[in-house]
Design a protein around this ligand. Structure first.
Ligand code: GCB
Length: 587
């Protein structure tokens, strides 16, 4: 899906700002169908998570529907074009209504969707209403569980238990825009370039017309011209995209419609190749070692709401600390973050929101369910295909994206895991013209003996917390066991690179201990140091992603002290001792 951009044939109108908002109780959404006016609406910023804007647990932890509303104006000029309404993300389900008519709906909280609303709006003021639902259950990604709880003398209460370790922030969390495009317009572009200067393009069109393409270099100089909906080209003296020199080119596409109208769009991309051979990952033919983090889109007050200030700050901190990469744990991040990483040369493992696919395990122990029941209990397979398809369609042209992650910590040791994931891995490979490596990030229950998916992965990415959730306080013992396990994976898959997708210890910023006890900043450093020594002793280890970049909000439970504190930076992005340690190691 193309990012909405202003070009010489397209206009973009910003619908962000302060909308009207209301939490709906069960049954209340019926009012929408009757087109009645909602009372008691309160101001709500868009984009943002709604949760931390007003006080009260009942507000933050609301389960179910909520309503967003605003008016927007359509001018007579706008009606000469197609009008598209695009949401960067609405978590987790959305119904979009205009002037009392249902325009469409969307499931999945972390990817964009759009509707052509040309025939629904009229000149003048129009009313836009979005009904949002934040429930996670065994049909959604991420997965969760709905449960009714009753205490003596109290009314029954609906609880939504996330099967994942991050707060279930929701609402209209990424930008909303209205944009125009000619009746015959460019609907999608695929483009990628190789090391030898050759490149490939494919353009999808809504309507009819003739396609002309130009390739523009960093200085907007035309270096190639061609035509056709699909084609190949080649340029001389190509500047490759890499982490040091993230050089971007633009494919400028012109569609001349049958009616003589022109649509024009420029898509950025890079010339670069990712390859796996002999247990190593190569970028443009050179081995690359991934240094970085599992992250979250998370910040105070905004929650998971889009925040360009935090995005730029985070990339600046990645550079400061000497990191070259991160994983979009545990959902696809905003388009704007990926664009920033293209520009800044940060490598991304792009992950679908498939987390919590385990009925018997969570990092926080919130659920403790049926062992071996995951793949018969969860009803996520179809939706999983959809989000994988949507993520690859959205992100395919980003040079920063180097690996697709199909899930985080699923029940990959249970019967049925291989059958569930094999078609998904195949789908990712089919959809991606660049054939980027595909992986599944696995957890401790999926060890060299029990794992049922290792052979499906191009690179093994494993999460381990030895020295934290087990073998507490004994880093030497933990490191010895870690090494043994990594050797086990290498024996099983000798040609595959292996990296740690998560490893880390909670540290309360400012808590110090001469003996380096758990939760102190000293222990966090000792933990990272011990893991680092193991990685350095094993030649097939191809990367280290510390959990987590920054402290982040989670649901309440005894394992979390006002959120997850495994950040190397605090939630406000101040460095802990571990940040200085990693900076030394990585630089
Ligand atoms: C994990 C999960 C991650 C948690 C982390 C932890 O294995 O993938 O979402 O936040 O452990 O801190 O426990």
């Amino acid at each position: 899906m193309l990012y909405p951009k202003m070009t010489k044939s397209r206009m973009v109108f910003d619908l962000n700002g302060v909308w009207d908002f209301k939490l709906l109780q069960q049954g209340e959404k019926g009012i929408l169908e009757q087109n009645q006016i909602f009372k008691d609406m309160i101001p709500m910023p868009v984009p943002s998570s709604y949760n931390d804007i007003y006080e009260g647990r009942k507000f933050s932890d609301h389960v179910g529907d909520m309503l967003y509303q605003r008016n927007f104006v359509v001018t007579s000029q706008m009606l000469y074009h197609r009008l598209l309404l695009r949401f960067g993300s609405v978590t987790h389900k959305a119904e979009v209504w205009i002037n009392g008519t249902l325009v469409g709906d969307h499931k999945g909280g972390f990817l964009p969707f759009q509707f052509d609303i040309t025939d629904i709006v009229s000149e003048g003021v129009n009313q836009l209403t979005v009904l949002v639902n934040n429930i996670v259950d065994n049909t959604t990604l991420p997965a969760g569980r709905l449960e009714y709880q009753r205490f003596p003398g109290m009314e029954e209460e609906l609880l939504n238990l996330p099967n994942f370790d991050f707060y279930n922030y929701s609402g209209i969390m990424r930008p909303v825009v209205l944009y125009t495009a000619p009746k015959n317009h460019v609907d999608d572009i695929s483009v990628y370039g190789k090391q030898d200067g050759s490149f490939f393009w494919a353009v999808k069109v809504k309507g009819q017309g003739k396609i002309d393409v130009k390739l523009l270099d960093q200085k907007y100089k035309e270096v190639f011209a061609g035509e056709g909906n699909e084609g190949n080209g080649r340029i001389d003296s190509v500047c490759l995209w890499d982490t040091e020199h993230p050089v971007l080119y633009r494919l400028a596409v012109t569609l001349t419609g049958e009616d003589g109208t022109i649509d024009y769009y420029e898509e950025e991309f890079g010339f670069r190749e990712i390859e796996i051979r002999d247990c190593r990952l190569y970028l443009n033919g050179k081995p690359i070692y991934l240094k970085g983090f599992g992250k979250h889109e998370d910040s105070p007050i905004h929650g998971r709401g889009f925040d360009m200030v935090y995005n730029v700050k985070d990339v600046a901190l990645l550079k400061w600390i000497g990191a070259n990469s991160f994983r979009t744990s545990h959902y696809p991040y905003s388009d704007e973050m990926l664009q920033l990483c293209d520009r800044e040369g940060i490598l991304i493992i792009d992950e679908v929101p498939a987390v919590g696919l385990h009925t018997g395990f969570t990092a926080t122990g919130l659920l403790g369910g049926t062992p071996n029941g995951t793949w018969t209990t969860l009803k996520t397979a179809e939706h999983h295909r959809q989000v994988l398809r949507d993520m690859i369609e959205r992100d395919k042209n980003h040079p920063s994206v180097i690996i697709w992650s199909v899930a985080n910590e699923p029940a990959s040791e249970e019967d049925g895991a291989k059958e569930y994931f094999e078609p998904l891995v195949k789908l990712a490979k089919e959809l991606d013209e660049q054939k980027r490596p595909v992986t599944l990030v696995t957890y401790k229950g999926s060890n060299p003996t029990t794992c049922k998916v290792a052979e499906l992965c191009d690179i093994l990415i494993i999460n381990r917390y030895k020295g934290w959730y087990e073998i507490e306080g004994n880093m030497r013992g933990a490191a010895a066991l870690l090494k043994e396990e990594l050797e086990g994976f290498h024996m099983r898959c000798p040609d595959k690179p292996i990296m740690l997708g998560e490893y880390g210890a909670d540290a309360i910023a400012g808590l110090h201990d001469l003996n380096g006890r758990m939760f102190s900043e000293e222990y966090q450093v000792e933990f990272l140091e011990a893991y680092g020594e193991v990685f350095d002793s094993l030649p097939y280890i191809t990367g280290e992603h510390v959990w987590n970049f920054a402290d982040f909000a989670t649901a309440e439970n005894v394992k979390r002290v006002n959120g997850n504190k495994k950040g190397v930076f605090t939630r406000e992005r101040n460095p802990k001792m571990a940040a200085h340690f990693l900076r030394q190691r990585w630089k």
